[in-house]
Design a protein around this ligand. Structure first.
Ligand code: NAD
Ligand code: MG
Length: 395
């Protein structure tokens, strides 16, 4: 028997949010949309409200809320409009909500994901920044709240599929030797090193295989995205850093693999379309239609290479931050967000991204975060450091 899931989609107007709604729309017998959220893309949000008739819509601020109320009223739609961080947390923890898709980009996604964890929801986690910033506290919240965590990031979704169904956080007990995290290498995999300082945001956002938001596209170009994913894998699968190996696989067909100690390697393959991991998590443990076409492997070469830290210093910075632990992953994430925003705004050159993060990390205090506020402070300090560094040396 199919049971109806009530769902909140945080970040509904983003690429993950839209892919989620695309899958949801294929299964009106399984999913009912209770709440949709966006920062400021109101026209898109109105169209989504028209189609999915959610009870609540949440936007960034009061100005956007007033505008959205007017737009919805013109169409005679009854969706209640809320705004701000508290209301994001509210719609992530409503008693009638079963499932929360956490697809806000960046550190703004942390509080609502935490709220969903404490409220014991099934959390479909796309917002990897939550685990990078607050992995330990978030996993504690999931355990305390009795929440269920399903990874949306394609690599982690692949690993989740390749691990035994009964996996309980003990890789050794499951016979796992290593996790092999694949990476496309992004648009600059073969660009001559001396040209890298001059690559533009447009080039960085032109990803060879995936269509994604701008921030994660730049992260893919620098491979900071893979660095964040190494940290994400550490928490999701309780893996030590040396159990997580990154492999460049330019075709993005193998989404990741698990290497077992008997020599078996189990991989998940598919076309590069986020609707596959989204559908897997939405339907779990069942398989449901996603709209993704069947993979055609005939005539396709699948290749693998080792990542080069000279080309991708951000990957090394992420491994170092993970090894040092404490506040460093939160600082890494925050400094990266600031540097990527400055790069996208045309204020700094590409090579300053890694330099700014390295500087901010060098100024981050060690020590374990006792509570979320410690991490939020480390985040704020790293942003100030990155900005100060970039203001002085923009080239
Ligand atoms: P996106 O930029 O396309 O969309 C982001 C969404 O978050 C939008 O709905 C936007 O309105 C909302 N948002 C942005 N800032 C906000 C704020 N301050 N407060 C509230 N809402 C805000 O991003 P995306 O590509 O959909 O990525 C979303 C998340 O999923 C990111 O954490 C990303 O790392 C992760 N992810 C994305 C992909 C992908 O293929 N796009 C793959 C794996 C993981
Ligand atoms: Mg990924």
């Amino acid at each position: 028997m199919i049971t109806m899931q009530n769902i909140t989609i945080l970040g509904a107007t983003g690429t993950i949010g839209e892919s989620t709604l695309d899958v949801v729309a294929r299964h009106p017998d399984r999913f009912r949309v209770v709440a949709l959220t966006a920062s400021t893309q109101l026209e898109k949000l109105v169209a989504q409200c028209r189609r999915f008739q959610p009870r609540h819509a949440v936007v960034l601020d009061e100005v956007s809320a007033i505008r959205l109320r007017r737009l919805l009223a013109q169409e005679g739609l009854a969706t209640e409009v809320l705004f701000g961080i508290d209301d994001l947390a509210h719609v992530a923890s409503l008693p009638e909500v079963d499932t929360v898709m956490a697809a806000i980009v960046g550190s703004a996604g942390l509080r609502p994901a935490m709220a969903a964890a404490y409220a014991g929801k099934r959390i479909l986690l796309a917002n990897k920044e939550t685990l990078v910033m607050a992995g330990s506290l978030f996993m504690q919240a999931v355990a305390r709240g009795g929440a269920e965590l399903l990874p949306i990031d394609s690599e982690h979704n692949a690993i989740f599929q390749a691990l035994p169904r009964e996996f309980n956080g003990d890789l050794a007990a499951s016979g796992v030797r290593r996790i092999l995290l694949t990476a496309s290498g992004g648009p600059f995999r073969t660009t001559p090193l001396e040209d890298l300082p001059f690559v533009t945001p447009e080039q960085a956002c032109a990803h060879p295989n995936w269509v994604m938001g701008k921030k994660i596209s730049v992260d893919s170009a620098t491979m900071m995205n893979k660095g964040l994913e190494v940290i994400e894998a550490r928490w999701l699968f309780n893996a030590q850093p040396d159990q997580i190996e990154v492999l460049i696989h330019p075709q993005s067909v193998v989404h990741s693999m698990v290497d077992y100690l008997d020599g078996s390697v189990i991989a998940q393959l598919g076309n590069p379309d986020m609707r596959t991991p989204i559908a897997y998590a939405l339907g779990f443990p069942e398989r449901i239609e996603s709209g993704v076409s069947a993979l055609d492997l005939i005539g396709r070469a699948l290749t693998f290479e080792a990542p080069d830290y000279e080309r991708f210093p951000c990957l090394k910075l992420a491994y170092d931050a993970l090894a040092q632990g404490g506040m460093l992953p939160a600082a890494l994430n925050a400094a990266n967000e600031e540097a990527v925003a400055a790069y996208l705004a045309g204020a700094i050159g590409y090579s300053r991204i890694a330099a700014a993060i390295e500087y901010a990390l060098s100024r981050t205090l060690s020590g374990e975060p006792g509570e979320l506020d410690d991490l939020i402070e480390a985040d704020a300090q790293a942003r100030r450091d990155a900005r100060a560094f970039l203001a002085k040396r923009a080239a």
